[in-house]
Design a protein around this ligand. Structure first.
Ligand code: HEM
Length: 283
């Protein structure tokens, strides 16, 4: 437990950001004695917690932006909120890239058996992000509608002089596009990561794993419940070659790049962490 600096006369830093609850929320299921696996599971939990925090801020910023823009208030603030949401979405992507450090793979496969049916596909916030990227999200629609109506009023003949209103509208459109594209490329990365870690195995949520995710991308699915999708015959297992521009070969080669990064990183970790990983691998 973190020792908080509590002062009776003023709010402490730790109290203000609720540090104690944040830092006591990493609870791996693996036994602590199996330190290589335990430490890797803790890292896995932290990665998901950071992603949930980033998602919550993206969703909050998009919500406030939609509120302001629908009441035609302060487009400068709308721009600020959406630029920040876009930047957070890029961090969301980069955060998942850090899963390359979830090595050794053996440790992941070991604690994964403890997860029962738990899967990040159950996350309401992640589902909302997917809906934003597919266009099926009320706040994205609100912002787009307001943008379109404002752009209609712009001169169709470029005068060479961009008004402040035009410049704000274009920045907002650009930020929205970065936000949605970042989530789309996150989806691709997530498939590559999944292929690397579990190859052809089923997901903890009970789906066909990589094949399920590829089919979801092909259908551009955002908010469907994976359990419902699992019952849909069009998502049933079968042979497949290409989906949404990503061929299986393409995914395999991306997974190889990730494998290579993991291979290069692993000795550095092993050097720092003594022989924990070597022991874990030997089990
Ligand atoms: C080693 C890491 C990971 C693996 C092996 C993995 C694997 C999977 C699999 C197999 C599924 C399909 C559902 C199921 O059967 O469970 C899935 C879905 C999903 N995962 Fe992951 N995942 C990983 C990390 C993450 C992370 C870090 C996030 C979020 C930041 C995430 C978010 C999601 C979401 C949102 C879905 C639903 C996707 C959709 O329905 O299109 N996953 N994951």
């Amino acid at each position: 437990m973190v020792k908080e600096i509590v002062s009776s006369s003023r709010l402490s830093y730790a109290g203000y950001i609720r540090l104690s609850s944040i830092l006591s929320s990493q609870v791996p299921l693996s036994p602590r004695e199996d330190i290589g696996v335990w430490a890797t599971e803790r890292y896995f939990i932290v990665c998901h917690q950071i992603s949930e925090l980033l998602a919550s801020q993206i969703l909050a910023d998009l919500k406030y932006a939609a509120q302001l823009i629908s009441s035609h208030q302060n487009w400068g603030t709308v721009r600020t909120l959406l630029v920040r949401a876009a930047s957070l979405a890029l961090q969301f992507y980069q955060q998942s890239e850090q899963l390359a450090c979830l090595c050794p793979q053996h440790a992941f496969l070991k604690f994964r058996t403890l997860l029962e049916g738990a899967s990040a596909s159950e996350s309401k916030q992640f589902r909302e992000l997917l809906n934003i990227s597919t266009g099926d999200h009320p706040h994205r629609k609100t912002v787009e509608r307001a943008l379109l109506s404002r752009m209609d009023s712009f001169s169709t003949v470029p005068s060479g002089v961009v008004t402040q209103h035009e410049s704000e509208a274009w920045s907002i459109a650009e930020a929205l596009s970065v936000l949605t594209n970042a989530i789309t490329i996150w989806r691709e990365l997530h498939i590559v990561i999944t292929a690397h870690f579990i190859a052809g195995s089923r997901g903890t949520g009970g789906t066909a794993g990589v094949e399920y995710l590829l089919r979801r991308m092909q259908a551009s699915g955002g908010g469907a419940d994976p359990k419902d999708v699992g019952n849909d015959p069009s998502f049933s297992s079968g042979s497949f070659e290409t989906f949404c521009g990503m061929s299986v070969k393409n995914i395999n080669s991306k997974a190889q790049v990730l494998n290579e990064r993991v291979r290069l990183l692993q000795p550095a970790f092993e050097g720092k962490m003594g022989n924990y990983f070597t022991q874990a691998k030997a089990i």
